[in-house]
Ligand binder design. Sequence first.
Ligand code: HEM
Length: 136
Amino acid sequence: MSEPGGTRKTPFELLGGADKIRTLVEKFYDVMSEREPELARLHPCDPDGRVARTPRDRFALFLIGWLGGPEDYVQQHGHPRLRMRHGRVAVNIAMRDAWMRCMHAAMDAENISDDVRVFLDGRFAEVADFLRNAPD
Ligand code: HEM
């Protein structure tokens, strides 16, 4: 993605780096815990029903590398193999749409807009649909 003046930047850089992506992921799982209980329950949760620390940290680490930042997720956990890692999760249209609602709400709350928003909207929708593995 190029900035005015033509310098090419990764989504990781355009979003403002690792801390901004971690903030986005926190917001994503907070929205999920508050508004999408059925989706939240698919994840490891704390006693208060909120999505736990481990899935939050793993998704943040993945997203940082996936968007062009340090590949620490791959270093620590190997290739993402997203379909395999979602194999035990029933991902149908209802859960895909709930996931997307949470990500859109989180990106809105973090004021993510312009080219990088268009890019993320498209990529997340593509991968979320690719992960469908259960009938509706
Ligand atoms: C389409 C709807 C989706 C559902 C219902 C879903 C559900 C889940 C659940 C339940 C987990 C936790 C697994 C566990 O810790 O036991 C998880 C982990 C994860 N998800 Fe998804 N997910 C969805 C979409 C996505 C998308 C679009 C991405 C990538 C852009 C993604 C990336 C990940 C990653 C990286 C992990 C951590 C895997 C690991 O290291 O264990 N997910 N997902």
